[in-house]
Design a protein around this ligand. Structure first.
Ligand code: INI
Length: 194
């Protein structure tokens, strides 16, 4: 029988960073609220969420990547809304943001789901920020949850063949400190035996 693996939708004891573009804030705030709601409803603690605002979608990749590199978050969720304009500028912004976020995930191994809405009209935008078509912020948070647990399972495979046993870092205290704007406490490193 093949082994089937899918990540549990469980955010208990997990830390998340949510990076939100301020450009089109009317919409992106709704994406952020959707993402927070999804995480809290699936067991995350408010104190383990850090919400980071950046100017626009173009700035998402840098912040997402730097946050992922800290090792303090189980996933980093980038949220933005790009509205079609009269020129091709919106295409450039979307393309850079999407590629940059994908690159951040691949470079760090930290799940960085895509929470960027690309809309041709304000009606389409509203539909994807909490009305007819759901909330893409919520969707991105659910993808983050699933991938955190898929990646956790993959890491457990590595730990079975590694010697000495892997260590895991408890990210929660650092996330709380980051959210409160304080210096991070000393990392608590928990040894996990095989
Ligand atoms: N940023 C967005 O988040 N959405 C947009 O629709 C958008 N458009 O279309 O221009 C946008 N541009 C700003 C860009 O993300 C940067 O913040 C800016 O270029 C400064 O680097």
């Amino acid at each position: 029988m093949p082994q089937e693996v899918s990540g549990a939708l469980d955010a208990t004891d997990r830390a998340f960073a949510i990076v939100v573009a301020r450009f089109n804030e009317f919409y992106t705030r709704k994406l952020m609220e959707g993402a927070v709601d999804a995480l809290l409803r699936h067991g995350a603690d408010e104190d383990d969420l850090a919400i980071v605002w950046v100017p626009g979608a173009f700035e998402l990749p840098l912040a997402v990547r730097r946050l992922a590199e800290t090792g303090r978050f189980d996933a980093v969720i980038g949220l933005g809304l790009v509205l079609k304009g009269d020129t091709a500028h919106h295409e450039v912004v979307t393309s850079e943001a999407v590629h940059g976020i994908a690159a951040a995930a691949l470079a760090t191994g930290v799940p960085c789901p895509l929470g960027i809405v690309s809309a041709e009209t304000t009606e389409q935008a509203i539909e994807r920020c909490g009305s007819k078509q759901g909330n893409r912020g919520w969707d991105a948070a659910m993808a983050a949850l699933e991938m955190v647990n898929v990646v956790g399972w993959i890491k457990s495979l590595e730990s079975r063949v590694s010697d000495p046993p892997v260590t895991t870092v408890d990210a929660a205290p650092a996330a709380r400190a980051a959210a409160a704007g304080k210096a991070a406490p000393r990392r608590r490193v928990r040894k996990r035996s095989r």
